[in-house]
Design a protein. Structure first.
Length: 202
């Protein structure tokens, strides 16, 4: 069952229908359908975990808003906002969330820091994550269109415990990056240390 919320709390100056219209014209068809599924999954997780449905809808719909932007757009935002220059050593996979949140703020006029953090941290996670951030991180990973080894287990774990889902995804992602010789963004490691490692350096 798909839920179309009526936005009442002014986290966004437009209606949900107007936002969906913008996304449909900004994203590829595949990406647009993904964000609709992430929204619906986020609404379910929000309901189960006592998180604002309106924030979950907006963050779910906008989390990949910047995914199709050219590299130059991200580099410009990193420089103009004096963001960590180390970001320049990464690419779209990291930028579309961390840097993309600034584009959501500037272009869609979303000012709520919880929603912006959910967008910022949806790929890498963070040491400290609000319930909304956890909901978006997990909804992106387990939405019904996802099909990768471990997704069924990821869904089961997340249903039982949102934070256990965060730990599971964090470990799987780090394993995947290492197995494929991919650069690990420091925040991804910090997320692992905070959510997965249990022995605090011993
Ligand atoms: O944007 P989506 O495809 O819906 O999903 P996403 O934003 O969670 O992930 C985008 C990609 O980013 C995914 O292939 C995994 C990758 N990724 C996650 N953490 C890191 C990373 N890539 C690099 N290089 N380094 C990371 O730390
Ligand atoms: Fe993403
Ligand atoms: Fe996504």
């Amino acid at each position: 069952m798909s839920k179309e919320l009526i936005y009442q709390q002014h986290f966004l100056p437009s209606s949900r229908a107007e936002l969906v219209d913008v996304l449909q014209h900004t994203l590829t068809k595949t990406r647009f359908e993904h964000v609709l599924r992430v929204e619906q999954t986020a609404l379910q997780l929000a309901l189960q975990n006592d998180v604002s449905l309106e924030k979950a809808s907006i963050a779910g719909l906008t989390h990949d808003y910047a995914k199709q932007r050219p590299n130059q757009d991200f580099i410009k935002v990193i420089q103009e906002n004096k963001m960590d220059p180390d970001l320049l050593n990464y690419g779209n996979a990291i930028w579309h969330g961390v840097v993309g949140a600034e584009l959501v703020k500037q272009e869609l006029h979303v000012w709520d820091e919880d929603i912006l953090n959910a967008i910022r941290h949806h790929t890498t996670g963070a040491q400290v994550m609000s319930k909304l951030e956890q909901v978006i991180y997990m909804a992106d990973y387990i939405e019904p269109g996802r099909d990768f080894p471990g997704v069924v287990e990821a869904r089961q774990i997340t249903q039982a415990s949102l934070s256990a889902g965060v730990a599971y995804q964090t470990k799987q992602t780090l394993q995947y990056l290492i197995e494929h010789d991919k650069a690990v963004y420091p925040k991804t490691i910090a997320t692992y240390n905070a959510w997965v490692a249990t022995n605090g350096g011993n």
